[in-house]
Each structure stands twice: as structure tokens, then as C-alpha cells.
Design a binder for this molecule. Structure first.
Ligand SMILES: NC(=O)c1ccc[n+]([C@@H]2O[C@H](COP(=O)([O-])OP(=O)(O)OC[C@H]3O[C@@H](n4cnc5c(N)ncnc54)[C@H](OP(=O)(O)O)[C@@H]3O)[C@@H](O)[C@H]2O)c1
Length: 320
């Protein structure tokens, strides 16, 4: 059997997810349907989703071993440079679809198989490294701000936990969209870097100079009360993650009195990814990259993500 190098979940460990990660040989991709193609990887990026998988959240034991990774930029069989849209139709999943690395093998490998319709052209002027940040974290932030948060009707935006991949994306995009942006982080160094992106940085829980129209919430229990308190009447609090716990106490009196909308969202559509790629190319917006790590050191990249000492996206260079 032909094999390739891959980083995969070989078991689960809720407390020490890094111990469930294996880097080694896995079988070459196979095509479940005729319209699938194999993409040779140039770049991918890590997401908190990969750590959740190693903890056994969202990934069943019957799916192990599972190659991790949702994001991919690479070369299709015709030699075209492509960005891979990471959601695949999946009738067996209650959502009707799954993200690469949940049911179908992920992108942290030499090659990945996906439906041909999931391939988008890599726009000119956008590097493979930058584009590898967009399909999961940046797409999620884009949909949070636009489709869900209706940011075109907003003056101001609050982003919680601004060091993360989704959060730095939301800060950069909201600034590029011309909004007043506030962002919280526990870390003084990250607060300094948020300021460099054009936002006003605050400590978690700090009182804002104004109430905001849109809140981008990926932290969860640790920040949700602050999100509610910082929201203007009729504001949209958009939730796509709960890194610090998914069961916050919610002051419902504030929700109805201020007529707040709490909106859940996941990823985005292929059309939204096309819009995002065009927006980044046209407005010269580039992802916030924490570090670019060669695939040969992918374990170090996971350790860095797990440490929490990250500002922006960790990109994996599959050509190094
Ligand atoms: N639904 C979707 O489609 C989707 C897509 C992508 C991501 N997500 C989810 O969104 C979340 C964010 O993912 P990510 O990969 O962007 O970044 P991440 O690595 O999960 O980091 C998020 C940020 O959370 C903050 N944080 C963590 N623990 C905290 C605590 N106890 N108190 C306060 N802040 C805390 C940190 O901010 P500071 O250090 O700056 O304070 C960190 O930078 C994850 O839960 C992920 O699963 C969902």
C-alpha cells in the first residue's frame, strides 16, 4: 500500500491532547465518489478544532486514526493552484455536512482528497501561506461580521479573546470595513499587537467607551457576561466558539430589555469564501500570521497552539 506523511489523531486525551497526536505514515487518499480529486498540499494552518479533535470532541473513536487539519492550499491534478473549501456534504451528519478531519481525512498530509466542487482558484497576489489561513478561521470571522452580525449597519464592534485565529481575523476585517473596533486580551503583549492592527485594546471585563453593535464571541463562559454588558440596544452577539467553556450564565433580563440577538454560526458558505478571498485581494488585507512552521516540525506547531501563546494563525509549510 502506498503511504504519505501525515499528522493524525491516533487516540483521544481530554487533558493532554498533544499526547494523542501522531506524525507518521498514512495511506494515500481514496475517492469516495467519482467527482473527488486529490490536491497536493502547499500550505495548511492549525485551528483550535484540531485540539478539540485530539481531545475527542466532535470526533468519534470509530473514526480513528483521523488525519487532522481543515485548511488547505495546494495544486489540483491539472496543475492549478487552489484553495480548498473545507465543508463536505455528509448525509450521515445531523448538520448535513462535516468539516475535513471529522468524517473525511484532513489536510495535514502530503495530499488530501476533496470533491472537485470544493476547489476555488487561488487569487493572484495572495500567497499560499496567507490563503491557508482563510478557509476556516477567517471564513468564520467573515460570516460572523457580515451575514450574521450585519456589520454594514454597525458603527462599532467588540472582539473577545483577540489572540485567537478567528478573533485576529475579526479585528483585521472589522478595521478594514471601517468600523470602530474594541478587542480584549488577557495578555499585555497581545493587547499591544491588537492596537497595531487598528483596534482599541482592553483587558477582559473592562468597561468600553461606548456600547457596541456587534460582538464577536469565541471565548464563551469567561467573557460572555462582558459581551452582554457591552452590547448596545438591538446589538448582535455572534458566537462561533467557546474555548473557555460553553455554559455561561446568561442574564436574560438584559437580553430582552436591550433586545439583543444572540446568534450561533459555524464556518461559512463557498460563496462567502469567494467573497472573502476577493475582499482580501482587493483591500490588501493579509491574515495575521503567528508563525510559519515546516511540516517536519508540525508537533512543535501543535505545542505552540496548545500553549495559548499565539497571536494569529499558525501556518504549516508543506513544501519545507
Ligand atoms: N464554529 C466554527 O465554525 C468555528 C471555526 C473556527 C473556530 N471555532 C472555535 O472558535 C474558538 C476560537 O478558535 P481559534 O482557533 O480562533 O482560537 P483559540 O486558540 O481557541 O484562541 C481563542 C482565544 O480565546 C482566549 N481565551 C482562551 N481561554 C480563555 C479564558 N479562560 N479566558 C479568557 N480568554 C480566553 C484567548 O485570548 P487571549 O489570550 O487573547 O486572552 C485566545 O487567544 C475555538 O473554540 C474554536 O473551536 C469555531
Amino acid at each position: 500500500m502506498r503511504t504519505m506523511r501525515a499528522a493524525f489523531a491516533s487516540s483521544f486525551d481530554a487533558d493532554n491532547p498533544l499526547s494523542a497526536l501522531t506524525v507518521g505514515e498514512r495511506p494515500e487518499p481514496t475517492h469516495p465518489e467519482d467527482d473527488w480529486v486529490t490536491v497536493r498540499l502547499r500550505a495548511s494552518s492549525l485551528n483550535h478544532h484540531d485540539l478539540w479533535s485530539l481531545r475527542g470532541v466532535g470526533l468519534g473513536a470509530d473514526r480513528l486514526p483521523m488525519i487532522l487539519g481543515c485548511d488547505a492550499v495546494g495544486t489540483d491534478p491539472d496543475g492549478n493552484e487552489v484553495v480548498v473549501y473545507p465543508l463536505v456534504a455528509d448525509p450521515g451528519d445531523p448538520r448535513g455536512m462535516s468539516i475535513l478531519s471529522e468524517n473525511f481525512q484532513g489536510t495535514l498530509a502530503e495530499r488530501v482528497a476533496v470533491p472537485r466542487m470544493n476547489l476555488l482558484p487561488l487569487p493572484g497576489g495572495v500567497s499560499a501561506t496567507d490563503a491557508a489561513c482563510l478557509p476556516t478561521a477567517w471564513l468564520t470571522a467573515w460570516r460572523m461580521l457580515t451575514t450574521k452580525g450585519r456589520v454594514e449597519d454597525a458603527e462599532s464592534v467588540l472582539v473577545q479573546g483577540a489572540g485567537g485565529g478567528v478573533a485576529t481575523a475579526a479585528v483585521a476585517l472589522a478595521v478594514a470595513l471601517g468600523k470602530r473596533v474594541y478587542a480584549t486580551s488577557r495578555d499585555p503583549g497581545k493587547r499591544e499587537r491588537i492596537t497595531e492592527l487598528g483596534a482599541t485594546a482592553l483587558e477582559p471585563g473592562a468597561r468600553l467607551p461606548e456600547r457596541v453593535d456587534v460582538v464577536v464571541e469565541t471565548v464563551g463562559a469567561a467573557t460572555f457576561d462582558h459581551s452582554l454588558k457591552s452590547a448596545a440596544p438591538m446589538a448582535r452577539i455572534v458566537v462561533s466558539g467557546a474555548t473557555a467553556g460553553h455554559e455561561p450564565k446568561v442574564n436574560l433580563r438584559r437580553v430582552f430589555a436591550m433586545q439583543l440577538e444572540i446568534l450561533g454560526t459555524s464556518m461559512g458558505t463557498p460563496g462567502e469564501l469567494t467573497e472573502l478571498l476577493a475582499f482580501c485581494a482587493e483591500h490588501d488585507v493579509r491574515p495575521v500570521v503567528d508563525s510559519v512552521v515546516p511540516f517536519s516540525r508540525v508537533e512543535d506547531a501543535f505545542a505552540r497552539l496548545h500553549s495559548g501563546d499565539v497571536f494569529g494563525k499558525i501556518v504549516i509549510d508543506h513544501t519545507a
